[in-house]
Design a protein around this ligand. Structure first.
Ligand SMILES: Cc1cc2nc3c(=O)[nH]c(=O)nc-3n(C[C@H](O)[C@H](O)[C@H](O)COP(=O)(O)O)c2cc1C
Length: 184
């Protein structure tokens, strides 16, 4: 798939997840793409916990807020993206570790889309509870998690069609300025 096609096709598909097994090599491929992201001073402050298996996923779902727990329970694999603030770079008052993890996660989402795998970022969880369940140390932040699942449809494109048809984005002119802030 072309890069721009993956960018256009990627969407959040929590209502279209199938429970069908996702092979370990597909999971590894998207995580390797995540690890190719840029990071401040190449600090690579991301860490990922891959959660599979009914029992582990149910325990993680219990640490999520109610609206997210059903989604987590349905997925065969959950990737939990974490950040190491102490490893990441801070410039003045700007901590870049969240930015770096976001870049890595975006790579992961695009690589998953390229392989026809559905994703949906979720931030609705109790961080302390997720840490307890996954034995994540205190100095690590849990940033976001996503299911990795085959879409419950004949193809990724078919699963995404409805969501993409309803996609809303701010008008381009509202977010891109020419030359100076507010410039047309
Ligand atoms: C950091 C982050 C956290 C998110 N957390 C949630 C969440 O907790 N629950 C949810 O349903 N969607 C969540 N989303 C998905 C967004 O709602 C979604 O990306 C946005 O509506 C745009 O839709 P699209 O991804 O289909 O383009 C999250 C997205 C991001 C980037």
């Amino acid at each position: 798939m072309e890069t721009l096609d993956a960018i256009r096709l990627r969407c959040s598909l929590k209502t279209k997840l199938s429970e069908r097994e996702v092979p370990p090599d597909a999971v590894e491929a998207v995580l390797r793409a995540a690890c190719l992201a840029p990071s401040a001073r190449n600090s690579q402050p991301w860490r990922f916990v891959v959660v599979r298996g009914r029992e582990a996923i149910d325990a993680l779902a219990a640490a999520a807020l109610p609206e997210a727990s059903a989604v987590i329970r349905r997925a065969p694999v959950i990737v939990v993206a974490c950040a190491l603030p102490a490893v990441g770079v801070t410039v003045g008052d700007r901590p870049y570790f969240l930015y770096d993890v976001g870049s890595a996660v975006q790579n992961l989402l695009l690589a998953a889309t390229d392989r026809g795998l559905a994703t949906h970022l979720i931030a609705s969880f109790d961080e302390a509870a997720v840490k307890r369940v996954l034995r994540i140390p205190d100095d690590v932040r849990v940033v976001v998690l996503t299911p990795l699942a085959w879409p419950d449809a004949a193809s990724y494109q078919e699963a995404a069609a409805e969501r993409l048809s309803q996609r809303t984005r701010l008008p381009f002119e509202e977010v891109v300025f020419e030359g100076f802030w507010g410039g047309a």
